[in-house]
Design a protein around this ligand. Structure first.
Ligand code: SF4
Length: 160
């Protein structure tokens, strides 16, 4: 007895026993119940993993954001969750990072027009900014995405 996988470029086959197939079937029967329950849950439970940094909804997922922000730091990418502290002129504001560090957020005039209004206590998630001054300054570029998550103290109920 053999099982085969059909690929575009050909077929691969492996020997298999009747017992191994029955074990696989019994395993699937057990897993299907759990998987069906999991898929039926609304909102779906967040399951942070190493893949979070490429997830399209990461900015809206509190659990996955933390994992992805750490991966971005290692890669030198300017992703950061920030709590707005105070305006600093027309081209910047001060904020606190998740670790409590003070960050000067800066941007040029054309970018300022694209940004959501930011007020003290607002929590922002920034994707693809550019770190400067050994990560004490974060520049928002035209391609940077800025998500308003919530105000400090509000809960982030975003489903994962
Ligand atoms: S939804 Fe959240 S937990 Fe799931 S992969 Fe995306 S960022 Fe990670």
């Amino acid at each position: 007895m053999r099982v085969s996988a059909q690929y575009l470029e050909g077929v691969e086959s492996w020997p298999i026993t009747q017992g191994a197939l029955e074990d696989a079937e019994a395993d699937l029967v057990k897993k299907l119940k759990l998987l069906t329950e999991s898929l039926g849950a609304h909102p779906a439970a967040a399951k942070p993993s190493a893949g979070c940094h490429t997830c399209a909804v990461r900015a809206r997922c509190a659990a996955g954001w933390a994992v992805g922000e750490e991966a971005a730091l290692v890669d030198g990418r300017g992703d950061a969750e920030l709590v707005v502290q105070a305006r600093a002129g027309d081209h910047g504001f001060f904020a606190r990072s998740r670790t409590g560090a003070e960050i000067a957020v800066v941007y040029e005039a054309p970018v300022a027009k694209l940004l959501p209004e930011h007020v003290k206590g607002q929590v922002l998630r920034v994707l693809d900014g550019v770190w400067k001054e050994t990560r004490t300054q974060l520049e928002l570029k035209a391609w940077t995405q800025v998500f308003v998550v919530t105000r400090e103290g509000d809960s982030d109920q975003t489903p994962g």
